[in-house]
Design a protein around this ligand. Structure first.
Ligand code: GRF
Length: 203
């Protein structure tokens, strides 16, 4: 499978994917990393790994629709089977989401459907959550609302702040995304209607 990863920032999830898929026997290959921010450190991680990079600055476009059409063109030039949002901090239009329906995954730092949107760690603390975590989900038109594929859970400690909680959640994130990418690449995972379907491993 061919994977394109979209990022906006440091790219620790991207790094986890690069490391996991580095072996010659990996079921998928990251063929490009695209950022809406030219200074995103994730682009350095990608080029260090010999992966093609593109930067597409959303501020150069008159509106969201124009940016998304240009982004589709950049992505589709690499003919991906799967597109992964890994800290890509732009809201995508319905046209974009529809174009990649069933082959677009996102990672979100909460136990969805709790805490959609931003500042999830602080909100988990503010609301006294005993558990927090991260979710991989298929992207649909509802922001952070598509069918969940897998979640990783952490216990919230009494002395946690947003940073300590984020660090513990990120450990989970870095395990979850490679797993989901491998499931998709090997045909075990798919979107059926509005549901994520994961096949059992044949025994
Ligand atoms: C992650 O916490 C991800 O869940 C969220 O943005 C963050 C990206 O971190 N959507 P990184 O760029 O992968 O380090």
């Amino acid at each position: 499978s061919r994977i394109v990863v979209l990022i906006s920032g440091s790219g620790t999830n991207l790094q986890a994917l690069i490391d996991d898929l580095a072996g010659a026997d990996a079921p998928a290959e990251i063929v490009a990393v695209i950022s809406n921010k030219a200074e995103a450190y994730g682009l350095v991680r990608a080029s260090d790994a010999g992966i093609e990079t593109r930067a597409l600055d959303h501020r150069n476009f008159t509106d969201r629709a124009a940016f998304d059409q240009a982004l589709i063109a950049e992505i589709d030039a690499f003919q991906p089977d799967l597109v992964l949002l890994a800290g890509f901090m732009r809201i995508l239009t319905a046209d974009f989401v529809t174009h990649y329906r069933g082959r677009l995954l996102n990672i979100h730092p909460s136990l969805l459907p709790r805490h959609k949107g931003l500042q999830t760690h602080q909100r988990a603390l503010d609301e006294g959550d005993e558990e927090h975590g991260a979710s991989i989900h298929f992207v649909t038109e509802e922001l952070d609302g598509g069918p969940v594929v897998i979640q990783g859970r952490v216990t919230v400690h009494p002395d946690d702040d947003a940073a300590s909680l984020a660090a513990r959640v990120q450990v989970k994130e870095h395990r979850l995304y490679p797993l989901a990418a491998r499931w998709f690449a090997t045909g075990r995972l798919r979107l059926e209607g509005d549901q994520a379907r994961l096949d059992d491993v044949p025994v």
